[in-house]
Design a protein around this ligand. Structure first.
Ligand code: IMP
Ligand code: MG
Length: 186
């Protein structure tokens, strides 16, 4: 493949997860989820915006009649450190009662977003509740998280690509790379 325009961007560092590794892992997760949810198709709940690329690939890798919904939470501004504050910016359209909910997350860092989501969504009486996180940043979780499905564990660096952004940029990078630029402050 020819060098992409991304390779000339001085703000982008090392590739942490290559495109083919992403595709292979998503396919594996799809096989696993297809087996685990046989006979009880899941409602995929994508956490916007970061999960949109992962969820679109994952949904197609699951050979079951899944349903898809999205919600948006805010836990970060444009900065690369957590504010610790989580709020629902856009709620789900679906009623979760009796549904097999599978939350699809881009990255788990402190785990604050996920523990908040879990608490909030469990009050809606789903039949089951699991999480599929593409990335888990090592050594950062402050809350105990029960993550059944994880794509990759990554080192403690800020990353972009495959849905992940810094100030809304780089979401369409086809791989995941270290972001080494300066961070705009809100
Ligand atoms: P947590 O609540 O600290 O676990 O943060 C999770 C959210 O922060 C993710 O869903 C992302 O939107 C964002 N985030 C955390 N780390 C990164 C990163 O390295 N790049 C881009 N976004 C990130
Ligand atoms: Mg973000």
């Amino acid at each position: 493949m020819s060098a992409s325009r991304w390779d000339d961007d001085p703000d982008l560092g090392e590739v942490i997860v290559a495109e083919d590794a992403l595709q292979e892992r998503v396919a594996q997760l799809g096989v696993q989820l297809t087996a685990d949810y046989h006979g009880r198709p899941p409602l995929l709940v994508g956490v916007l915006k970061g999960a949109f690329v992962f969820m679109s690939d994952l949904a197609r890798a699951i050979r079951l009649p899944v349903e898809v919904d999205v919600m948006a939470v805010a836990s970060y501004g444009s900065a690369t450190t957590t504010s610790g504050v989580v709020r629902i910016v856009k709620d789900l359209d679906s009623d979760l009662t009796g549904r097999h909910v599978l939350v699809v997350e881009d990255i788990v860092d402190s785990g604050l977003t996920l523990s908040y989501l879990r608490r909030s969504l469990l009050t809606r009486q789903p039949a089951s509740f699991e999480v599929c996180a593409l990335l888990v940043r090592e050594g950062r979780q402050r809350a105990k998280l029960d993550l059944r499905y994880v794509g990759f564990h990554i080192p403690s660096r800020f990353v972009v690509g495959y849905g992940l952004d810094v100030a809304e940029r780089y979401r369409n990078l086809p791989d995941i790379r270290i972001y080494q630029g300066s961070v705009p402050v809100d």
